[in-house]
Design a protein around this ligand. Sequence first.
Ligand SMILES: NC(=O)c1ccc[n+]([C@@H]2O[C@H](COP(=O)([O-])OP(=O)(O)OC[C@H]3O[C@@H](n4cnc5c(N)ncnc54)[C@H](O)[C@@H]3O)[C@@H](O)[C@H]2O)c1
Length: 383
Amino acid sequence: MKTIKFGLIGIGLMGREFASAAARWCHLLDMDLRPEIVALCSANPSAQRTDWYTNNFPTIKQVTNDHLQLLANPQVDAVYCAVPHHLHQQFYCDTITAGKHLLAEKPFGIDLPACQAIIAAMQAKPEVLVRVASQYIFYPAAQRILEMIDQQRFGRIIEIDSGFCHCSDLDPNKPLNWKRQVEFNGLYGSMGDLGLHIALPCARAGYEPIQTNAICSNIITQRPDPQTGRPVPCETYDNANLLTKLRDPKTDQTFPWTLRVNRIMPGEKNSWYFAIHGTKACARFSLKNPRSLEILEYAGKEQAWQQIDTGFETAYKTITGSIFEFGAPDAFMQMIAAFMYELAHNKPLNNAAACPTPQEMLWGHRLFTAALNSNQNRQTITF
Ligand SMILES: NC(=O)c1ccc[n+]([C@@H]2O[C@H](COP(=O)([O-])OP(=O)(O)OC[C@H]3O[C@@H](n4cnc5c(N)ncnc54)[C@H](O)[C@@H]3O)[C@@H](O)[C@H]2O)c1
């Protein structure tokens, strides 16, 4: 199996997820390529947990606070870059220009112009593979729904209802961090943080937005400063509710899509959910009950929801028995497998199991920019 040497730029929450998945690569079967971590970059390596990385990964030979030094390292073939949103444009463009393959993080630029600038940099380096991390579509039930969409099993689509709901910000005493500051997270607020994850199935299906109407809410407007504990402004939107008209170009039919991107939704922890209702079939899945896939197939008589327990039924084969449960680190690993598969084969395994693309992120940026416009001007925005 050939080795692809990775540099990690950003070694916080997501950097460790990547490293952990790379460490148990033997879990996957039939892979052509294997990731090996050789370099780390973080803003302040001495203050961060570099020990966790260097103790667990003896292959790491470079630790730096300068991403350009990491990119100049000829040992590095590819980069996983997980840094705050205001750095995406610069760091992603530098990585692409350096000729390193890039697994980037969402939202792929702090705003629409940043996303477009990264895509422009890609055009000058077509030999570099650029994909984006968003793992939720790799849950077995989500994969089944995406395959059903590809097979046009739903008949005429009546509506889609999806969302991503957290409650981690319900506590007003939670200190401010970069994800709650416009300067670092962007104007989108929860849409930049959570929205791309749940916009993805509709972008992947090839649906086109026709019009959107959004209400964005800043519910907790002050939070304690992490250093002083004093209240400081918290200006990002906690929640966004969008009602969008989509068009399926395969059938020319249009239908409503209700999207809820809420960081403050009491009772929810990390609920990514997707429900699609059509005249021939309906399907729904929520991370609230992550092994359960519900399907209703209508053949003209009874209407009955079936509840299917999905197991460890993954796009990229693993050693795990198919009756076991699937979880968040598994979804993340499947997504990295999708990146490595595409690197090896120059094409994805199939449409459902493809790593998210920059074009899909652009789709989300257009939607969320329109949503901000709709909220600000109290108007329906047409595309
Ligand atoms: N896929 C997911 O489920 C998921 C979940 C959370 C976050 N994210 C995304 O991952 C990215 C990072 O989020 P996180 O939660 O890991 O953040 P984090 O705050 O835990 O880590 C950020 C890292 O960036 C580094 N950094 C900051 N400035 C830097 C600089 N100038 N040079 C080098 N490194 C610098 C920090 O040192 C830190 O290591 C964001 O784009 C976020 O939206 C994705």
